[in-house]
Design a protein around this ligand. Structure first.
Ligand code: SF4
Length: 203
């Protein structure tokens, strides 16, 4: 799909809710879920976001106005939001006094101006250096035992100030959570991130 990201972006959904995971857990936030992702995680829980062609292209003006009506904190997510250049979107959000947070796999070069970058790297398409360097938070998903090793490899690449989180993949929570608890007790540089929105039954 050809999109002029200085004017509009493909949108899967936008909604006002509570951030359920990571550093901003518990904070009210307006989520802008952009469409499009080619990272291909087999356990992805938003596969309907992958094909940007089945979602509408929405003007940045409309995205920002709707965000402003709801909240002063926006989380841009996807899909993989960095498939699109986000300079204009974040400039427009900031011009309205809105805090800009992003959740990304980091698979594409960083664009946009961000108050908080949550990097959640995926083995299928590794992050670019630009995102490793700028991430405020590293959130590694634990689906199997090998993911602990992957998490350590990723932690070695982010900047030293980044907060480090391990988060159990939802379908594996009963099997993997006890291992994550033990791992964090033995390696306290990590903290546990839980998908609290799923327990609260909110989006
Ligand atoms: Fe799904 Fe995110 Fe993986 Fe893309 S990067 S496949 S949206 S979990």
């Amino acid at each position: 799909m050809k999109v002029d990201s200085s004017k509009a972006l493909p949108l899967m959904e936008a909604f006002y809710t509570i951030q359920g995971e990571g550093f901003y857990t518990g904070h009210a936030a307006y989520f802008i879920r952009l469409a499009g992702c080619d990272v291909g995680c087999h356990w992805c829980d938003v596969k309907e976001s992958w094909d940007e062609n089945i979602h509408p292209v929405v003007s940045i003006e409309q995205l920002v106005n709707q965000a402003k009506q709801n909240a002063n904190l926006v989380v841009v997510t996807g899909g993989e939001p960095l498939m699109w250049n986000l300079d204009t979107l974040t400039t427009a959000l900031k011009s309205k006094g809105i805090q800009t947070n992003i959740e990304t796999s980091g698979a594409y070069e960083l664009s946009g101006t961000w108050d908080w970058i949550c990097l959640s790297p995926k083995k299928t398409k590794l992050p670019t250096e630009s995102v490793y360097k700028m991430a405020h938070e590293l959130k590694c998903i634990i689906y199997n035992k090998h993911d602990f090793q992957f998490a350590e490899e990723q932690a070695a690449k982010v900047n030293a100030k980044a907060k480090l989180y391990l988060q159990v993949e939802w379908s594996k929570r009963h099997e993997m959570l006890p291992l994550v608890i033990e791992y964090v007790k033995n390696n306290p540089k990590w903290a546990i991130s839980t998908q609290t929105h799923k327990y609260m039954d909110i989006p």
